[in-house]
Design a protein around this ligand. Structure first.
Ligand code: DC
Length: 263
C-alpha cells in the first residue's frame, strides 16, 4: 500500500490514543462513535484510478452521500449531444439550466430528477465531457451548483465529493482531501475489464492507454481548474490495493482525525 499524507502528521501520542478508540469496524457509522457527521470529503484523481467505486463505497461506509461531479459534466455533454448545443455560451446556458441533486436512498446523481445511468458512460459522452469541461462558462455554472449541493447535504451527513478540482477549487477548505491515483497500465486494465463487463469488445489495453493519455493531458493541462493534487491531500496509490483496502484506509483516516479533534 502506498499512501502518503502530504500534511504534517499530528502528534504520535494523540494518534495512538485515537487509533485505540477507532478499533471498531471500518464500516460502522460515525453516529455510533459519537462523532460529527456533517462535513465534506474531497476525492480527486485521474480516470480509471478506482476513484468512483472508492468514493461510492466510502460514502456508504460513512452513512453519507456521494456527489459525482464527473456525472454533472457528463450530463451536460449528454444533453449537448442530444440537443445539438455547441457554442461555449449555449453550453454554459445548458449547464445553468440543468437541475442536479442526489438521491439519498439510491445514492445516485439526479439530472432534472432522473438518474441518467449508462447513457452518460458511453465513449462519445466521455470524450465530449472532457472537451466541454475546459470551458469557463460550463465550469462556472457547475462549480456553483456543486458548492450549493455540497453545503446543503453536509448540514445533514458526510458528503463525499468526487472529481478533478474538488480539493483545489470547489471545496478548497474541506477538512478531508484525498488524491486517488494508479499506474497508467493498471488504470487501462481496469477500464478494459469494466468495458468488457458492459459488453464492449474489440478494445485493447494499448488502445485504452492511448485514450487515457489523451484525456489526462486534456484534463491536467487545461487553463481553468486543471486536474492537480491538492497540496494538503492524502495521496492514495491504488495500483496494488483492493477497493476494500482503500475504503478502509480512508474511513479510518477520517474517523481517527475526527476523534483527535474531539479530544
Ligand atoms: O470522473 P469522470 O470520468 O466521470 O469525469 C468526466 C469528465 O469530466 C472528465 O473528462 C473530467 C471532467 N471533470 C472535470 O473537469 N471536473 C470535475 N470536477 C469532474 C470531472
Amino acid at each position: 500500500m502506498k499512501a502518503a499524507n502530504k500534511k504534517s502528521p499530528s502528534s504520535s501520542r494523540k494518534k495512538s490514543s485515537a487509533k485505540k478508540k477507532a478499533a471498531s469496524p471500518s464500516s460502522s457509522g460515525l453516529k455510533e462513535l459519537g462523532l460529527k457527521t456533517g462535513f465534506i470529503v474531497t476525492i480527486d484523481g485521474p480516470a480509471g484510478a478506482g476513484k468512483s467505486t472508492v468514493s461510492k463505497q466510502l460514502a456508504e461506509s460513512l452513512d453519507g452521500i456521494l456527489l459525482d461531479t464527473g456525472g454533472m459534466y457528463r450530463s451536460v455533454a449528454y444533453y449537448s449531444i442530444r440537443e445539438g448545443v455547441t457554442s461555449a455560451a449555449d453550453l454554459g446556458k445548458l449547464a445553468r439550466r440543468l437541475e442536479f441533486d442526489v438521491d439519498p436512498e439510491a445514492k445516485k446523481l439526479l439530472t432534472n430528477g432522473e438518474d441518467l445511468g449508462h447513457r452518460i458512460r458511453t465513449e462519445e459522452v466521455s470524450n465530449n465531457s472532457s472537451a466541454i469541461s475546459k470551458l469557463r462558462s460550463v465550469r462556472t455554472a457547475l462549480t456553483s451548483k456543486q458548492r450549493s449541493l455540497g453545503k446543503k447535504w453536509a448540514k445533514k451527513m458526510p458528503v463525499v465529493v468526487e472529481g478533478r478540482d474538488i480539493g483545489t477549487v470547489v471545496f478548497k477548505a474541506a477538512p478531508f482531501k484525498f488524491f486517488v491515483t494508479a499506474s497508467p497500465e493498471v488504470r487501462a486494465e481496469r477500464r478494459l475489464a469494466q468495458l468488457e463487463r458492459q459488453g464492449v469488445t474489440g478494445l485493447s489495453v494499448k488502445a485504452i492507454l492511448k485514450q487515457n493519455e489523451q484525456r489526462d493531458k486534456q484534463d491536467s493541462t487545461r487553463k481553468i481548474a486543471p486536474l492537480k493534487c491538492p497540496d494538503d491531500a492524502v495521496i492514495v496509490d491504488t495500483s496494488s490495493m483492493g477497493i476494500a483496502q482503500v475504503v478502509h484506509f480512508m474511513g479510518d483516516h477520517i474517523r481517527n482525525r475526527l476523534l483527535i479533534e474531539q479530544e
